[in-house]
Structure formats: C-alpha cells, structure tokens
Design a protein around this ligand. Structure first.
Ligand code: ADP
Ligand code: MG
Length: 404
C-alpha cells in the first residue's frame, strides 16, 4: 500500500530505508511504519524491516532523546538484527515480533490526548517491577499544541505467552470437571501477589482524592447505568428496574471516596491483560481504560479499581468457561468463588507485607464491580452483541451476592 505524502503530518527517520510517520486521514490519526520513504513510500508490514530499524534506532539512542516533535525513551543500548513476524491474534494496533526477542507495537489507532503508558512504564521500571514484558522503549509524539501521545512501544517478547481469556478459561473448565481446585487457588494466589506488587511499585505516584474526583467517578457510574439500562437485554433491564434503589445506593457510594489514596494504577485490569508463560504471570497493556476519554485515562484512581476489575473478570471467565466447556453453570460457582477468594486474600496479604495496606479501600469494591458489569453491558450492546451472555449471567449473580 502506498502512503500519500499529503496525509503525513510528521516523520521520524529510523534509518536509510524506513520512517515512522504520523498520518492524519480526515481526522483519523495513525502512527505507521513506512519503507522507502524517498521512493515508493510503501506501508511497511512484518518483513519490511521497519520494526528491525526501530530496534536499531532505540539502541543508538539510549535514555531520553528528542527528535523534533518525537520523544524517545529507550532502556536498551544494544542491537542485533532479527527476522520479523506478525502477531496474528485479535489486536487493536499492529504488533511485530522481531528475532523472537522483541515486540514492536505501532499505534495504528492513535488518539490525540495524553497517554498513560509512558509514565506508568517508567514508574514500574524505576521501581524494579518485573511481572510485565520487559520495556525496551516508548516513543511519543506531541502535536503543535497539546499533550504527547504514544506512537510506538517496544517490549521484550515472551515466547508462548497466552492471555487470560484462554488460560483462565481452560483452568476453570478443568477445575469444574474434576472438582480439584488446587491449580485455581495456586494460580490466583500468585496473581493476587503480582497485582499487589504492581500497586506497591506504583505507590510512588500516590496522591489523595479530591471531592471533584469522587463526584466524577460517581457521575460516570450513573452515566454508565443509564446507558446500560438502554442497552441491556430484557432480563437485565427488568433486574435493574427491580433493584433500582439498591443499585443506585451502591453506585452512590463512589461519591464518598474523598481524601482517599489514589495512584497511577493499571486502569484496565482484567484477566485478558494477564499473559501466562510456562512459569510466569505477567501484566500487559498499560494503555488505560478505553471507555474513558484520553484525558481521564491518565488520572489517578483508587487501587480498588484494579482489584475490582480483575476479581469481576474472574466471574466473567467462569461464565465463559460454562458456555465453552458445555458445563452446568452451577459447577463453576465454587471455582469462581475459590478463585476470587484466593486472589483477594493473596492481594491483601502481599499489600500488607509491602507496607501498602492503606491503598486498599474495601468498601469501594461492590460499586466498582457493579460498574464493571454495567460497562460490559454497554460494550456488548454497542460493539459485541455475542458477549451479552456474560453480563446477562454476571449481573444477577452480583446482585445476589451483594444482597445476601
Ligand atoms: P493491542 O493494544 O493491539 O490489543 P496488546 O498489547 O494487547 O495489543 O497485544 C496484543 C497481543 O499480542 C496480546 O494479547 C498477546 O497475545 C501478544 N503480545 C503482546 N505483547 C507481547 C509480548 N511482549 N510477548 C508475547 N506476546 C505478546
Ligand atoms: Mg489488547
């Protein structure tokens, strides 16, 4: 594909044959790799050498450097060439594996506005947090006026990494079939400790919430509630009406989160963000919560936002496992409960061990879990109708759990 020069807003030269271009096609911003910039200007794909050129570029520019409106933060200073291969799983952006060592992610769906990843990765790296793909580099670009946005990230490649919608689903199916919860509790123990370590590493960013923060969280939750009411299937719509007072009271509690510790959290933590390799669980995707406006994605939140996100996602895994494993949902209930209990206990234990017990706000969990289910309804209603069976089962279960 030829990339016309007139859609190009800015370029970063990566070497003799490649550039990283920021393009603007009728307001749709993208960061795209281009091969042969002085000639045919072809869009680079895996195999054209642009990702490899970027690896050479970041090795030649260790530390922080400015290149026009681009900023490069690189944690590497060595380069050796590698063969490029595409990542073919479902993805929003475009990732290329280079030499089985690094993953280059081009931000082909760029959004203007600040981006949370650069600061979070820098904080985590400075704190020595290792349960994430090793950060190699972050490249940002700032428009004439306005905040920097992310154009590319480079991380260490994790061979054989599988994301949690797969590994947790398979683990839940096996546990439901055999009744043996050992693997589930052991894995969720580890995961709880990893999440606590993540928060301990991000604790350098802690500030306290203002009344305006609490009001915004509460108002956002009520906006999500009205959207969810409009998009829910008939059973959930009836349930939201029947329990309207209790649901409102639960969400209203977010307004009480004034003067509580908040931090640069992960922001979009669920099992799909947890990659599993042979011997490790690692957390990926520090891009923030896509349902929030970019300006809000970078704001600090209570640590409980992440804990609620990952706990509720375990209940969603249980629902997916019942369907995919063709199992009676009743057989998944003890698996779901054991998984959540193990994760929560391990999280709280490790958080206390690291001296950060005060980051946890237990009273916020019901509202945040409920908000997560409501967001799933909105997401399924707008983008992925075949996902609706998950909130269809999750909402009654959650209402049942909180009212008992
Ligand atoms: P996107 O924002 O485009 O969805 P992600 O960062 O979520 O991109 O990555 C998409 C997929 O690529 C992940 O689900 C995972 O399967 C794979 N992946 C991402 N980073 C790595 C890595 N460092 N090592 C191995 N696989 C990775
Ligand atoms: Mg992703």
């Amino acid at each position: 594909m030829t990339v016309p020069a007139d859609s190009t807003t800015d370029v970063l030269r990566l070497g003799a044959r490649h550039v990283l271009a920021v393009t603007d096609a009728d307001g749709a911003l993208a960061a795209v790799p281009i091969v042969d910039p002085d000639g045919a200007r072809q869009r680079a794909t895996a195999g054209s050498g642009a990702a490899d050129a970027l690896l050479r570029f970041i090795a030649e520019h260790p530390g922080r450097s400015r290149h026009g409106r681009f900023t490069v933060v690189s944690w590497v200073d060595r380069y050796s060439p590698g063969i490029e291969q595409p990542i073919t799983v479902d993805q929003t952006n475009e990732s290329v594996i280079v030499g089985d060592r690094a993953v280059v992610k081009w931000a082909t769906h760029l959004e203007s506005g600040p981006h949370p990843a650069p600061r979070r990765l820098a904080t985590l790296t400075a704190a020595g947090f290792t349960a994430m793909p090793a950060p190699w580099a972050v490249l940002t670009w700032a428009p004439g006026e306005g905040p920097e946005t992310l154009v590319a990230t480079v991380t260490g490649y994790l061979p054989g990494a599988v994301d949690g919608w797969t590994w947790a689903k398979d683990m839940f199916i096996a546990a439901a079939r055999t009744g043996d919860l050992t693997a589930v509790t052991a894995t969720c123990d580890t995961l709880g400790a990893v999440v606590a370590d993540l928060h301990a590493a991000l604790a350098a960013t802690v500030v306290r919430s203002t009344p305006a923060d609490a009001r915004r969280w509460r108002d956002n939750a009520f906006t999500t509630l009205s959207e969810a009411r409009a998009l829910a299937g008939p059973a959930n719509a009836a349930l939201l009406t029947e329990h309207a007072d209790a649901v409102a009271a639960t969400l209203e509690s977010l307004a009480d989160l004034v003067d509580v510790p908040i931090l640069d959290a992960h922001g979009d933590l669920h099992v799909g963000q947890v990659l599993r390799t042979d011997d490790r669980l690692v957390i990926t995707d520090f891009d923030g919560n896509p349902v929030l406006a970019p300006a809000e994605r970078v704001l600090p939140v209570p640590a409980a936002v992440d804990l609620a996100g990952i706990l509720q996602s375990l209940s969603h895994v249980a629902i997916v496992a019942a369907r995919r494993g063709e199992l009676d949902p009743v057989t998944l209930a003890p698996v779901d409960e054991a998984a959540r209990a193990a994760l929560r206990n391990a999280y709280l234990g490790r958080l206390a061990q690291t001296g950060h017990a005060d980051l946890h706000i237990d009273t916020a969990l019901p509202a945040l879990r409920l908000q997560q289910v409501l967001r799933e309804i909105v997401y399924a209603g707008r983008h992925l109708p075949r996902w609706m069976y998950v909130p269809d089962a999750a909402l009654p279960a959650l209402i049942n759990e909180t009212s008992s």
